[in-house]
Design a protein around this ligand. Structure first.
Ligand code: B3K
Ligand code: ZN
Length: 892
């Protein structure tokens, strides 16, 4: 497998001034005519005559013309990856290329290029899918305006593409050609764009419509297109869209720039959604919602994904990436923007906690395992394998650190400069960085290592009190990652504060910048100063600093994507959990406390301390605290995170021991806090109609968390309460939570309710996915056998990515006990299914293969079993390029 390298980037020989596409849709033989105006790139003119090289895959060639003259067969050389026309056959510096190709959308199960999903034509071109539609320079630094004409049989009334409609109303017109009635629509997108942002949708669709007036008074038509029957489930996505449009105007000064903005919901989709210019295509799961069918979490995801794709209009589309190595330029920045949006729409602290939980669950393992790569990778075999948590979520953290370092005004000034300087361009991280340097007058040379250096840095916190002042030493170290043995010090923003032993804040949030391997500060809370020392202090002796006048709260707001190692007594953690003024740090204290309890239970078979359950009990009953925050604080660290802690300390993780410790902790909470848990449940009992807003969702979250803990303690009342909640729920959040409690605690009420649930919702794809997932994630004995039985269910349409993920993906990623079963049945089952899916859909297979990425964290028996499965995959002839790259990197 030969990688593509950043170092080899060269600008294109040929640029494109204009594209005209014509589609004659047919399920198995769609005709595509591409008329492309090429112009020699002046940047490379000095190099003399250049061949025309176009990308193209799985295309049937039907001939081409250059400036109207048919191209002789011997003038074009077609291979598996594209075609070349030798310079000698090109008329000069400028010409019009007109090429006809034929494609087979019905046979396209990889869901890349033009394909058919439940009778509906749709496209997915990012990253390199456009080359499966026609021959083209399929690279993001070639940008052009597009005009698209779509012709289809009469029964396909809705024909959509990017930009503004040229013909009537934007759906289609009936025309009669050669005695047959056909539908035709023409679209024009005036904004130059790379081919990866091209989109086409055609089908029997209905629209949920609305309008939006931009800040400058431009009237924009909004449409969400769905299959007939789903129109009543679009209101929330539409509302989220309008709020996103307003937010981008208010916070970033960015207005929408076309007459119409459209979203289409598609059932078969490899990922969440796609930001095609003016025509976003979404996985239906992230559009459709009703109280009866969607949970609070679904609503939250819909809101953030709608926002994310909309925000790409500026960060991604108007300004795009020069090459795919720069992917984080659009993704890290856009995730940062959608996280800020969600924080503004909901609770900022709870949003921050959720984002950090997600980062630790997905990005930390990636950065600490065989798939580690920089936020801006330097090489790839298959670019689709690099739409990762590192590029997205760590990429967002990097922007967040920048924003923290330069402050809100600096961030706004830098972004304004970026939009002004680079609108209409395909850019690099260096150009983005220069905007921050120029707008804020700050050298970011060292900071830029965050983009080039892989691995999670570890920051060790050393504290030595001298009377009323604290000498604080921070030391950073980043462990080696594949291909990067040596690591240099990063710029790490560390927000600290001090909480006195009486619970009062002694030092408000203060930002330190750690730039050396080791650095010290003298902190005088009385004066409110943190003064850097010329030399780092020696490591203090002894244990956790339990004797100082205050407790250090470190990495407030999670100020950097690092692992902070701070020794602290349980009492001090409890103190921060009760009193920290920074809500993130407060949650983090409880989280660390729970990890300490879990590790002691695993390593020393320690009992679950009363002090811990008491501390959480005080939090649970603190009615002044946001229920959503309390729910988060009562959620235990996940099994994978505990495994990461064990491995990070040089040990090997035993999945059964981790499961036992987590169960014991939940049972201890459930039994020792039985009274307050039941009271909280009762106090929060739902009344009135359902509303998906953050406050109502937070109350449901806390109540359902309490219900789960009560069931963990084996309380018969909890089992009854769960049954009653399921039977009477007026919304999917409560129904699903009750069903999960029943199924995951293996209660007798589960089986009849699972059956009833399926019977009631079998027509709703999103709910059937939930039905599979709740069973796939049950941490019960013999899980692999259960999964195999579910896979034989007629509803298990494994070629649909959502359905595959709802069962096999959920089992591999969210049922650690079943997946890591000692007999290896979980590993085998997942591998069998991956090998079956790979020839059908390589992208989804490669992504799920990542379930094995942390295999070296586990005990030797598990490592042997996983190794055998990785070897089995590697030995499979014809394994896709996507999956092979992931498997080979995991094998190391
Ligand atoms: N840009 C798309 C992801 C494309 C994935 C290609 N394999 C969605 C997003 O990040 O908004
Ligand atoms: Zn994105």
């Amino acid at each position: 497998q030969t990688p593509t390298r950043l170092a080899d980037y060269r600008p294109p020989y040929w640029l494109v001034d204009r594209v005209r596409l014509e589609f004659e849709l047919d399920p198995t033989a769609t005709r595509v005519t591409a008329e492309i105006e090429f112009r020699r790139n002046p940047e490379r003119a000095a190099e003399g005559p250049a061949d025309l090289r176009l990308d193209g895959r799985s295309l049937i060639w039907r001939g081409a013309k250059i400036d109207g003259t048919p191209l002789a067969d011997d003038a074009v050389a077609i291979d598996g990856e594209g075609l070349t026309v030798a310079a000698a056959h090109l008329p000069g510096e400028r010409f019009t290329w007109r090429c006809e190709t034929e494609i087979d959308p019905a046979a396209n199960t990889a869901l890349e290029g033009l394909y058919i999903s439940k009778g509906m034509y749709c496209t997915q071109c990012e990253a390199e899918g456009f080359r499966k539609i026609t021959f083209y320079p399929d690279r993001p630094d070639v940008m052009a305006p597009f005009e698209v004409r779509i012709e289809a049989p009469e029964e396909i009334p809705v024909l959509l593409s990017n930009g503004n409609p040229v013909t009537g109303g934007g759906t289609s017109e009936l025309v009669v050609t050669g005695g047959t009635r056909r539908r035709v629509a023409v679209w024009h997108d005036p904004h130059p764009k790379p081919a990866y942002l091209f989109a086409l949708v055609a089908g029997d669709l209905v629209a949920h419509r609305d309008r939006f007036t931009t800040a400058s008074g431009r009237d924009v038509e909004l449409a969400i297109w769905v299959r007939p029957g789903d129109e009543a489930k679009c209101a929330y996505a539409m509302d989220a869209l309008k709020r996103s449009m307003r937010w981008d105007e208010e916070t970033h000064g960015r207005e929408y720039d076309l007459d119409i903005f459209q979203i289409v919901a598609v059932d078969d989709f490899n990922m969440g959604a796609m930001e095609n210019k003016g025509l976003n295509i979404f996985n239906a799961k992230y559009v459709l919602a009703s109280p009866e069918t969607a949970t609070d979490q679904d609503y939250e995801r819909i809101e953030s994904i709608v926002a994310h794709e909309y925000f790409h209009n500026w960060t991604g589309n108007r300004i795009t990436c020069r090459d795919w190595f720069q992917l984080c330029l659009k993704e890290g920045l856009t995730v940062y923007r959608d996280q800020r949006f969600s924080a503004d729409m909901r609770s900022e602290p709870v949003q921050r906690i959720a984002d950090v939980v997600a980062l630790r669950a997905a990005q930390f393992p990636e950065d600490q395992g065989p798939l580690a790569h920089p936020v801006r990778p330097e090489e790839y075999v298959e670019i689709n394998n690099f739409y990762t948590a590192t590029v997205y979520e760590k990429g967002a953290e990097v922007i967040g650190m920048l924003a923290r370092l330069v402050g809100p005004e600096g961030y706004r000034a830098a972004l304004d400069l970026y939009f002004e300087r680079h609108d209409g361009q395909a850019c690099t991280i260096e150009q983005f960085r220069a905007c921050f340097e120029d707008a804020c007058g700050r050298d970011l040379t060292q900071f830029a290592r965050w983009w080039s250096q892989a691995g999670t840095p570890r920051v060790t916190v050393e504290e030595a009190w001298e009377g009323e002042t604290l000498v604080l030493t921070l030391a950073q170290e980043t462990p080696p990652t594949p291909g990067q043995a040596e690591k240099a010090p990063l710029v790490i923003p560390v927000a600290i504060g001090l909480i006195g032993r009486d619970g009062a804040e002694m030092l408000p949030t203060t930002l330190l910048e750690l730039t050396e391997a080791r650095q010290s500060w003298r902190i005088a809370p009385a004066a409110g100063t943190a003064e850097p020392l010329p030399e780092p202090a020696p490591a203090p002796e002894g244990n956790a600093p339990a004797d100082g006048p205050a407790v250090l709260s470190v990495a407030r707001g999670f100020s950097a994507p690092a692992i902070f190692r701070q020794r602290m007594t349980a009492a001090d953690r409890a103190l921060l959990l009760a009193h920290d003024t920074d809500p993130f740090a407060r949650w983090e204290a409880g989280h660390r406390y729970a990890l300490d309890v879990a590790l002691a239970a695993i390593r020393e078979d320690a009992a679950i301390p009363e002090a811990w359950t008491d501390a959480l009990g005080r939090l649970l009953t603190d009615a002044g605290l946001d229920p959503a925050f309390r729910s988060r604080a009562l959620t235990l660290p996940g099994a994978d995170e505990i495994a990461g802690e064990i491995a990070g300390a040089g040990g090997l993780a035993d999945p059964e021991a981790i499961h036992a410790a987590r169960s014991a902790m939940r049972a201890a909470l459930g039994s020792r806090l039985a009274g307050p848990l039941a009271e909280t449940c009762a106090a929060l009992a739902g009344s009135g109609p359902y509303s998906p807003d953050a406050a109502a969702a937070g109350r449901r979250a806390l109540r359902n968390r309490c219900l789960d803990l009560r069931a963990a303690a084996g309380s018969p009342e909890a089992a009854e309460a769960a049954e009653a909640q399921f039977d009477t729920a007026n919304n999917m959040t409560d129904r699903m939570a009750a069903l999960t409690v029943l199924a995951h605690h293996d209660l007798p009420g589960a089986a009849p309710r699972l059956a009833a649930f399926h019977a009631r919702f079998q027509g709703d794809a999103q709910v059937v996915d939930k039905w599979f997932t709740v069973q796939a994630t049950a941490p019960l004995d013999g899980a692999a056998g259960r999964i195999a039985a579910l896979a034989a269910h007629p509803a298990f349409d494994w070629k649909n990515p959502n359905r595959f993920r709802s069962l096999i993906g959920a089992f591999a990623m969210a049922n650690p006990r079943g997946f890591h079963a000692a007999d290896g049945a979980g590993y085998r089952l997942v591998t069998d299914w991956l090998l079956r899916l790979d020839p059908v859909n390589p992208q989804t297979t490669a992504r799920l293969a990542g379930a094995f990425e942390s295999w070296r964290r586990y005990t030797p028996d598990r490592q042997r079993l996983i190794r055998a499965e990785l070897d089995r995959m590697a030995a499979t002839p014809g394994l896709s390029k996507n999956t092979r790259e992931i498997v080979e990197r995991m094998r190391g």
